[in-house]
Design a protein around this ligand. Structure first.
Ligand code: PEP
Ligand code: MN
Length: 280
């Protein structure tokens, strides 16, 4: 069978949500928000993140925590809060699904469904997600090769979902000064192996807020099609991933610093409602 995720000479660009947010082929997506939807206060955080320059919101409804004793997310209740945040900000949102039984209800409201690193190779979940036709953000497993990520994407494409975004989010190495090691090489390597847009998550890679902005700028410089960053109005109080979460002023400064880098590599920040080519 021909590799579904590789159409040589073609780069996939598509739009997300009701306001046609562009990604790929020059349109750079800035996805931001807290790790988890913790309570209804998410809507105010979303408004602050939107004002600081996000193109799209993130927030986990179901959380894949390392320990079963940690906060597991608000589940379906979080979907309502995410919808309220979208109404307030007019930005689309992505949220992760862990369980095939939750896919239909999440797909009914979410603009993009996320399959996380821990589930990248879960063929049952990939098939269920792929059947809904909603765009998918697929994160690289931290013990998976680039090739395995591309093959995982093919499960989604085989079910008929064409709009897939690949995410480099750090891999496990011997280096323990960061939470994972950001494999920046994965971006150009993936570009040579697939037509799908590629974004970088510097937050989960770094594990420390102090390193996140530098890695995000590296992602823009290396030719990524976007970033996904954890941001909270009070990172110290975040229930999950507090140490790697940027506050809103730091996020605003990061976004402003991206624009000259994007201009240098021939890209523009994607803004919902902007027609292709006008960008930020
Ligand atoms: C996340 O983005 O919320 C997340 C859990 O990331 P990862 O799957 O990359 O660990
Ligand atoms: Mn997180």
């Amino acid at each position: 069978m021909k590799p579904l995720a590789h159409r040589p000479g073609y780069r996939h660009q598509f739009s997300i949500g009701a306001n046609d947010l562009a990604i790929g082929d020059g349109a750079f997506l800035v996805i931001a928000g807290p790790c988890s939807v913790e309570n209804a206060g998410f809507v105010d955080i979303a408004a602050a993140v939107a004002d600081a320059g996000a193109s799209m919101l993130r927030g986990g409804a179901w959380k894949p925590r390392t320990s079963p004793n940690s906060f597991q997310g608000l589940g379906a209740d979080a979907l309502e809060i995410l919808v309220a945040a979208r109404t307030r900000t007019e930005l689309p949102f992505v949220t992760e699904v862990l369980d095939p039984r939750h896919v239909a209800e999440a797909a009914a409201v979410a603009d993009v469904l996320q399959v996380g690193a821990r589930n990248m190779a879960n063929a049952v979940l990939l098939r269920e997600v792929g059947r809904n036709g909603v765009p998918v953000l697929l994160k690289r497993g931290f013990g998976s090769t680039v090739d395995e990520l591309v093959r995982a994407a093919e499960y989604l494409l085989a079910e008929g979902t064409e709009d897939v975004i690949l995410v480099e989010r750090g891999i496990r190495t011997f280096e323990d000064s960061t939470r994972f090691t950001l494999d920046i090489s994965a971006v150009p390597v993936l570009r040579s192996r697939t037509h799908l847009p590629i974004i970088v998550d510097p937050s989960h890679a770094a594990g420390h807020a102090a390193f996140v902005s530098d890695l995000a700028r590296a992602a823009a410089a290396v030719g990524a099609d976007g970033i996904m960053v954890e941001v909270h109005d009070d990172p110290a109080s975040a229930i999950s991933d507090a140490e790697q979460t940027l506050d809103v002023p730091a996020f605003r400064a990061l976004v402003e610093s991206l624009d000259p880098i994007l201009a240098a590599v021939g890209k523009r920040r994607s803004v919902a409602g902007a027609t292709a080519g006008t960008g930020a």
